[in-house]
Design a protein around this ligand. Structure first.
Ligand SMILES: Nc1ncnc2c1ncn2[C@@H]1O[C@H](COP(=O)(O)OP(=O)(O)O)[C@@H](O)[C@H]1O
Ligand SMILES: [Mg+2]
Length: 382
């Protein structure tokens, strides 16, 4: 007789977050079944049980969710109406649909956060270049035009310096299709970008991780350091804000709160993700409990793990460049760098695609970052 797993979890999506959640699920003897678009998806190729289907198809989501104690997400691409249908049908979705909406729809999130008294950049819904120009008339250039839904790694985020750069953005030639909805946002003079990771259970227990400072190029996270080397009053305020947001939106599982520290010293909330997040990858080596273990514990309403920092750390994303990679030779050289852990996602290289990451532990974040970069460079990536 096959022994029963400790729990059954379904995850919608089978990318690298599902792959690393699968690794954590193995530790806890949780059966994690993923909804994969292809058997080559990162989690499916790593051995997670999978159902082939699309996150846009209700029947596929139901098929993977059947028999699961909890249904959770590796991305936000499930239509909201499907989420509501599933919840009504008795599936236990964690996070719940209303909370997940805060990660699906940047405009809804901005509106909710503003109404709840959290600081956000000035924003408005727009439909046309004229709307964006009107917004810039009030708030100045540049203006940031963002797709409400479906954006990630800077796709769907446009920093517009002058009106003629808006040409084509609002018609189908932009490649985003005529149904894309947009918001305009004030361009923030950013001194630092922070990510605050926090886990929350249904019962309202929370576990806050040490703050992370991220560095983006062209909207995609290049690297991060943990703990964020910023003044303690900034870190404390960011942590209080994230905890308060977790409770206000009723988050369950991991929540990442992306924030901007402005050059004037103000903290603004940028984006919310209700799942394990790229900015939390260093928790695997640097914290007592990784974000992937913690997400599973939180959605199952199990006791949360200790989030203490074991070491200063840095992480560099391995981002496809388009040139041929020597993964095997590069891997050998990267593994020679002391204190480095390499994570490869088993994905076909494409320019701009996250193919893996490297984490280094060190005495200081600067030292860790230097070695993580060295290792990423050895792989021809990063
Ligand atoms: N209002 C803004 N002002 C200045 N930079 C911004 C603004 N909004 C986004 N950015 C930059 O673009 C990056 C990606 O934007 P974000 O809204 O987080 O979209 P994504 O879903 O692609 O992560 C941010 O991390 C930040 O570097
Ligand atoms: Mg973001």
């Amino acid at each position: 007789m096959t022994p029963e797993p400790t729990a059954r979890v379904a995850m919608i999506g089978a990318g690298q977050l599902a792959r690393m959640t699968h690794q954590a699920a193995v530790d806890l003897d949780i059966e994690l079944r993923v909804l994969a678009g292809s058997r080559c998806d990162s989690a499916a190729s790593a051995g997670a049980p999978y159902h082939l289907g699309s996150p846009g198809n209700l029947a596929d989501i139901e098929a993977v969710s059947k028999g699961a104690d909890v249904v959770t997400f590796d991305h936000e691409l499930v239509p909201f109406t499907h989420l509501e249908r599933l919840a009504e049908a008795g599936y236990r979705l964690r996070p719940e649909p209303r909370a997940l909406l805060m990660a699906q729809d940047k405009l809804e999130a901005r509106r909710f956060l503003l109404a709840a008294g959290f600081p956000v950049p000035a924003f408005t819904a727009i439909d046309s270049a004229a709307d964006a120009i009107g917004f810039a008339g009030q708030h100045g250039w540049p203006v940031v035009v963002k797709a409400r839904n479906g954006g990630y790694d800077g796709r769907g985020v446009h920093v517009i310096d002058k009106p003629d750069q808006l040409t084509g953005l609002f018609d189908s030639s932009s490649g985003r299709g005529p149904d894309t909805a947009w918001l305009a946002e004030q361009f923030v003079d950013i001194a630092a970008e922070l990510s605050i990771l926090i886990a929350r259970t249904d019962a309202g227990n929370t576990a806050l991780y040490p703050a992370v400072q991220t560095t983006q190029h062209a909207g995609i996270c290049k690297h991060l350091v943990m703990p964020a080397p910023l003044p303690s009053h900034v870190i404390e305020q960011a942590g209080r804000t994230a905890r308060s947001i977790a409770h206000s939106i009723g988050a369950t599982g991991m929540l990442a709160v992306e924030m901007f520290l402005t050059t004037h010293g103000d903290l603004l909330v940028n984006e919310l993700a209700l799942r394990p997040h790229n900015s939390g990858h260093a928790t695997i080596e640097a914290c007592a409990t990784s974000q992937f273990h913690q997400h599973l514990r939180a959605i199952l309403d199990w006791p949360l793990g200790c989030t203490d920092l074991l070491s200063a750390a840095a992480m560099v994303n391995l981002i496809g460049t388009g040139s041929e990679l020597d993964i095997t030779g590069g891997l050998r050289r990267a593994l020679e760098v002391p204190g480095v852990a390499v994570h490869l996602y088993g994905k076909t290289p494409r320019p701009g695609r996250k193919l893996g990451h490297v984490t280094a532990l060190g005495d200081t974040t600067a030292d860790a970052l230097e070695r993580a970069r060295l290792a990423a460079g050895q792989m021809g990536l990063g």
